[in-house]
Design a protein around this ligand. Structure first.
Ligand code: 5CA
Length: 441
């Protein structure tokens, strides 16, 4: 993408009212714009990162055996009355009427909708187990939307729902999702710590939040430091490797504020291992057995002919919140530093002097060749050198290729690593040669 043709409304001044760094940087980098309180427009750069994050989540869900579908954003109030949550959900639910005066709502989550589906299709043990997921916008009329897309009203969520015949199998599905979450966040360069949590309005008695440790996080957390040393297998075979996941990942104390108990923290964690911090909740998993399937008569017949409610759980990831969480975890005083896996472009190419025709030719040629193996943001604008370098640092593409007048004489370019700031000078022909070697076959 040539920057001269792109839509990247970066800001020079520091946005007022934005309290946390990720919010400030998302506004300054031209990633989002507030449409109204708690509702955001995803500008092209923000949208590109959102899609990258979505892609990783989708891949890891699929690897864990989950199957994608798409449910609507608008739901009928009838299914919520069936579960009893229509009244319980309170003012957070955006309620509307259609032209026939029927109660409808903008879904804050989808347990009711998916349980209704399960009641129609999963009648025999032969159809189970199943984990279904979708990636869809949600609306929650939050009392206090804040920190930009971190806590907003309209947000993108990945929500999965598991359906099993027995509780034992249901726990296996929970294990699979648990492990796939660890892997998903790791692929985004994040260390997510699973913590025992309150299940709140979703319900059930087994629930974990996945928390990224960050000073700006909304939740206070109490963690045994040994938790941070746990590792997940390099490559995962979900059928085999998920067994016992919860046990091994919950052997150390790690809880959110709601579940905190001073006595058990002090009893279970030696003083040198006690960590009290803040964190950002990027995922939340719940096992609630038959809480929803019972009122929906979503029953399944087992091998012996016995009919009983399907056992189920739900598993959410805050897709749009993750964009902010990654920035909280990875930035410096100059701006964002994207981990490669979620960067909006693989490489930035910068021509420092577009008035030099020979240099333009060299850069155009490089750009065209690079495009066959990667995505590139090519600064071909006539902005000042300072502006170009500052903007590229701000938007955080991990690798920058910089060419100026000297590149014509010396036939060299500069490769800058955004994270370390280190630069390497390379011969242009050599660079092109590497490019050919790296090309996907
Ligand atoms: N139905 C369950 C799981 S599918 C559910 O709704 N869980 S949740 O309420 O915990 O939401 C799942 C994830 O969505 C959270 O972990 C969080 O990362 C994200 N999320 C929740 N509320 C907001 C919000 N107001 N703004 C941005 N992200 C949010």
């Amino acid at each position: 993408m040539k920057l001269s043709k792109y839509f990247l409304p970066t800001l020079k001044e520091l946005p007022k009212d934005a309290e946390v760094m990720s919010h400030r940087l998302m506004l300054r980098a031209g990633m989002i714009r507030q449409a109204s309180s708690g509702i955001y427009i995803w500008l092209p750069l923000g949208h590109a990162v959102l899609k990258k994050i979505e892609h990783i989540i989708r891949e890891e869900q699929t690897n864990a055996g989950a199957i994608e579908l798409l449910m609507p954003t608008i739901q009928s109030a009838d299914i919520w009355k069936k579960s009893g949550r229509y009244d319980d959900y309170g003012a957070e639910m955006l309620r509307m009427k259609d032209r026939h005066n029927r109660d409808i709502l903008y879904g804050p989550t989808n347990e009711e909708q998916i349980t209704d589906i399960s009641s129609h299709y999963f009648k025999s043990y032969k159809t189970l187990p199943k984990i279904l997921f979708h990636i869809q916008w949600k609306f929650r009329d939050e009392v206090r939307p804040r920190f930009g897309v971190m806590r907003c009203k309209e947000f993108l969520m990945k929500d999965s729902y598991s359906f099993d015949v027995t509780e034992e199998d249901g726990k296996e599905s929970y294990n699979k999702m648990f492990l796939s979450y660890l892997k998903t966040f790791q692929r985004m360069g994040l260390k997510a710590v699973p913590m025992q949590a309150e299940s709140g309005p979703i319900g059930g008695n087994l629930s974990h939040e996945f928390i990224i440790l960050a000073n700006t996080g909304e939740s206070k957390v109490y963690v045994d430091k040994r938790m941070l040393e746990l590792n997940i297998p390099e490559s995962i075979d979900y059928e085999k490797d998920s067994k016992g996941t919860i046990e091994s990942w919950t052997k150390y104390y790690a809880v959110t504020e709601d579940m905190y108990d001073e006595k058990s923290f002090e009893k279970n964690v030696d003083e040198e291992n006690r960590l009290v911090m803040r964190g950002i909740e990027v995922g939340h998993v719940f096992y609630f057995g038959d809480k929803y399937t019972k009122p929906f008569n979503a029953n399944v017949q087992d091998k012996d002919g016995t009919i009983s409610p399907i056992q189920s759980g739900s598993y959410g990831i805050g897709v749009s919140r993750l964009v902010a969480a990654v920035i909280e975890a990875s930035h410096d005083e100059k701006g964002i530093i994207w981990p490669e896996s979620v960067s909006p472009f693989d490489t930035a190419l910068i021509n420092l002097n577009p008035k030099n025709d020979e240099l333009v030719n060299i850069c155009d040629n490089l750009y065209n060749k690079m495009l066959s193996s990667q995505t590139v943001l090519y600064d071909d604008t006539s902005n000042s050198v300072g502006e170009k370098l500052t903007r590229m640092d701000l938007i955080g593409i991990p690798k920058q290729i910089i060419l100026g007048n000297k590149s014509v004489e010396n036939k060299t370019l500069e490769i800058k690593d955004r994270r370390s700031g280190e630069t390497v000078i390379e011969n242009i022909d050599k660079f092109l040669e590497h490019l050919n070697n790296d090309k996907p076959s």
